[in-house]
Write a protein that binds this ligand. Structure first.
Ligand SMILES: [Zn+2]
Length: 475
């Protein structure tokens, strides 16, 4: 049984999708990128976590997943950075950032969501939602802007479901002032659903609305787009720093405008720290995937680093920790490559292999079902690699059983996504050189063997002598 930590209850709860029968669909909404700059690896950690979640729902439980991830392509930061005058200007500015986001996603082996709606293409749905919230009495207009009335909402529905904030904080006359310098609000706690075009900037990017020319607030974007999945969602996921106010406001908007819960489960991924500090663009300490690659690492090394930690724990990124993850990846990949090669005749029995596979699968599944404990699941896989290597070295893993082990490894990788499955095969010419070299070694002609090894090396391959004979690896 799958248990997931639900931020709403602050507990691990048993998870099943809504709906009946086999092939149930999990409706998953994940907050997506704001396309005004490259994602940093802290953002990427969240996306990898959401990908592992998705893969476990699919491969571990056989459910279908319908995931929606929004693309925030209209926002104050975008308008400021692009100096856009028209929507076309905005699109020209955001497009390369969006392309880069998808390139990062693909490099990290993140499965594509079923839909990536863009904010600029769904302003109509946002306006309609704001109208419903207003009609229900939980929003008010001030001079062309529309605000959510937190106090009024709180009296009826309770604001602060995710954070468990003391109710008097939001219900009383006096509360702490949140962004108090924003204009025209009745209360500093209220947040903008619709922002009127700033005075003196007629002609900037905006949309016509019942309240005049303006643009939607960020929070309303997610409530409007998530509703495309038919509420309530099974799972809403995102980074922990979105819990408040963003997710709290999403819950309030959907309850106020549509009279229902936005999601049953709220999952939050912890921060990625860099050298012990929070990664933030404003602090100038962000690392991007491009930088990781520039330092000679592969995206899969980063993915390995991420899955080695539990998503609810802070993870401290250092270049040394990435180097260690790279070594882990290589250990796993070497085992995979070894298994993909031709083995000898199958020995009789093989009880040890059967037990090893079954025990590892059980341990892996138990770890993943325990709130996606990938740290423990990865540990199970590495024990499997160690024991599997020992069986190969002892000559106790023949062709038949080797396929079983390989299949089990594929099963783990379907969830973790940390193997490079295309094993590079050496061309015939290089294989022939390797055969000649082996023959030379057998007749103790080491000078010839060495000459052939150098030739193999020149062709871009390395020959390694293993207990089961020579093996070629791409250099
Ligand atoms: Zn969101």
């Amino acid at each position: 049984m799958l248990k997931l930590y639900n931020t709403l209850s602050r507990k691990k709860e048993a998870f099943e999708p809504i709906g009946k029968g086999r092939g149930k669909t999990v409706k998953l909404y994940t907050c997506g990128p704001t396309t005004y700059g490259p994602a940093h690896i802290g953002n990427l950690r969240t996306y990898v976590f959401e990908d592992v979640l998705r893969r476990w729902l699919e491969h571990g439980h056989g459910w279908k997943v319908k995931q929606v991830m929004n693309i925030t392509d209209i926002e104050d930061k975008i308008l400021a950075a692009s100096k856009a005058k028209t929507l076309d200007d905005v699109r020209a500015f955001t497009k390369p950032h969006e392309e880069r986001f998808f390139a990062d996603v693909d490099k990290l082996g993140i499965e594509r969501a079923e839909a990536y709606p863009k904010a600029t293409e769904h302003v109509g749905a946002m306006i309609k939602l704001i109208e419903r919230i207003q009609a229900a009495g939980f929003a008010y207009e001030r001079d062309g802007s529309v605000y959510f009335d937190v106090r009024k909402y709180h009296r009826k529905h309770h604001y602060g479901k995710l954070l468990k904030i003391d109710s008097k904080h939001f219900g009383g006359e006096k509360g702490s002032r949140i962004d108090a310098d924003e204009y025209d609000k009745d209360s500093p706690r209220d947040f903008a659903l619709w922002k009127r075009e700033p005075k003196g900037t007629v002609g900037v990017v905006g949309w016509r609305s019942p309240w005049g020319h303006g643009r939607p607030g960020w929070h309303v974007e997610c409530s409007a787009m998530a509703a495309a999945l038919k509420l309530p969602l099974d799972i809403h996921a995102g980074a922990v720093d979105l819990t408040f106010p963003h997710h709290e406001n999403e819950i309030a908007q959907t309850r106020a405008g549509d009279g229902q819960d936005l999601a049953r489960f709220w999952l939050h991924a912890e921060h990625l720290l860099i050298d012990g500090a929070k990664m933030a663009k404003s602090d100038g300490n962000i690392v991007t995937l491009a930088e990781v690659e520039k330092q000679g690492f592969l995206p899969v090394h980063l993915r390995t680093l991420f899955v080695q930690a539990h998503y609810r724990g802070k993870l401290n990124f250092t270049w040394q920790s990435l180097q260690a993850a790279k070594e882990s990846y290589e250990r796993l990949q070497t085992f995979y490559d070894r298994l993909s090669e031709q083995a000898g005749d199958a020995p009789e029995g093989g009880e040890a292999v059967t037990k090893l596979i079954a025990d590892t699968q059980a341990r892996f599944a138990a770890a993943m079902d325990d709130d996606l404990n990938t740290a423990e699941a990865v540990a199970a896989v590495f024990d499997f690699v160690r024991d599997g290597n020992a069986l190969i070295d002892a000559g106790e893993l023949g062709t038949d059983r080797q396929e079983d082990v390989l299949e089990a490894l594929h099963g783990f990788n379907d969830v973790l996504g940390v193997l490079t499955l295309e094993v590079e095969r050496a061309p015939k010419r290089v294989n022939a050189l390797a055969d000649d070299r082996e023959a030379a070694r057998r007749r103790d002609d080491f000078a010839e063997a060495d000459r052939l090894r150098k030739q193999i090396s020149k062709a871009g391959w390395t020959v390694e002598d293993t207990p089961r004979g020579p093996r070629l690896r791409k250099r």
